[in-house]
Design a protein around this ligand. Structure first.
Ligand code: HEC
Length: 206
């Protein structure tokens, strides 16, 4: 028994001795937990940076521009540009007037652009095979005169022998005066009738 006791005593003694006697064990444990702490600090710091930049981009910097093309933009602008102009208050439509020019541009687009071209250069698709060709309204070169009264007469009766029709039955006189003003706004050298002549003659024309 004594031997056993002494054996077990010696064994436990050896065990406890060996645990305590491993050189540097405490040191390793300390340095291991030291590495862990450093890793944790780095991890928390990187998470903090990630969240701060996330919140900055989301709420403060206005987001990241992905340069997306928004096709809805163009039609909206067009609708604004084509807003109809109210010319019901215009009593002398033959006199220069910015609203009448805008009104004339809208009527031109519907009734004349197919032959005379969207910009008035005489290059509309419906006029491509006509002879004579639709007039280039920017360059001018009028057969029947380029003053307001002469242009109005062309829009009343047309030009004999070609495809330029009269519009007396198709468009009210005020709309035809708007077309005259629109042509004067795009043509290079508008021939102006005097205001006195316009006031004397224009009101009688239909
Ligand atoms: C079917 C095609 C066609 C349409 C639509 C048309 N035109 Fe013309 N237009 C012509 C042609 C072709 C001529 C040239 C005729 C000629 O030289 O004899 C012409 C000539 C003219 C001229 C020149 C007049 C001159 O004295 O030389 C004016 C101004 C004109 N058009 C205005 C208009 C306006 C404004 C409209 C819309 C209301 C219109 N045209 C619609 C075909 C067209």
């Amino acid at each position: 028994m004594a031997t056993q006791d002494s054996k077990s005593g010696s064994t436990s003694g050896t065990n406890s001795g060996s645990t305590k006697s491993i050189p540097g064990a405490d040191e390793r444990e300390e340095s291991y937990s030291g590495v862990n702490k450093a890793g944790m600090v780095t991890f928390i710091a990187s998470m903090a940076v990630t969240f701060v930049s996330f919140f900055y981009v989301s709420f403060f910097s206005g987001g990241i521009d992905l340069k997306e093309v928004k096709p809805a933009d163009a039609p909206v602008e067009q609708v604004v540009a084509e807003a109809p102009v109210d010319v019901s208050g215009v009593t002398e439509p033959w006199l220069a007037n910015a609203d009448m020019v805008k009104h004339g541009a809208a009527i031109y687009k519907t009734n004349c652009a197919m032959c005379h071209g969207a910009g008035g250069a005489g290059d509309g698709v419906a006029g491509a095979n006509l002879n004579p060709k639709p007039r280039n309204l920017i360059e001018g070169g009028w057969k029947q005169g380029g003053g307001e009264l002469a242009l109005f007469k062309t829009l009343q009766t047309g030009i004999p022998g070609g495809s330029m029709q009269g519009y007396k039955d198709a468009l009210p006189a005020k709309d035809r005066w708007a077309l005259v003003q629109f042509i004067h706004s795009i043509t290079k050298t508008p021939e102006k009738d005097s205001e006195a002549e316009l006031k004397a003659k224009a009101p009688t024309l239909q």
